[in-house]
Design a protein around this ligand. Sequence first.
Ligand code: 5GP
Ligand code: ZN
Length: 124
Amino acid sequence: MDNCIFCKIAAKQIPAQIIYEDDDLLAFNDINPAAPIHFLIVPKKHLATLADCNASDTALLGKISLLAPKLAKELGCGYSVDTNGAPQGGFKTLFNTGPDGGQEVYHLHMHVIGGPRPWRRSLA
Ligand code: 5GP
Ligand code: ZN
């Protein structure tokens, strides 16, 4: 997709701090992080928004959802339950869709945001 910044990152035409890559997905740090840990998971294929996905994208969306907690844990904001059963850590996952959803880049991406609070800003 011409003039899509995340397609260009996926094609390595512009740099990003890439933290994960496989045949279908790329994850990289957000250039303007809202919190100590803030990365984006994007499909390598261009899909503009969550609303543009269909049943053929089910596996892709599942992969994105399962990658989020895995990378969050690797980067230090995983979710766990301590020996007393109390929840610990964790992160926010977010797909912004369309102007009213606050979407600025029209290439599907999941935000994964975590780390100690307070955070710099809220995307919600
Ligand atoms: P949206 O508002 O579309 O849900 O989120 C787009 C996100 O992409 C923003 O958090 C913004 O900081 C990030 N972003 C925009 N351009 C770039 C870029 O060139 N590189 C990286 N790494 N992140 C970007
Ligand atoms: Zn794109």
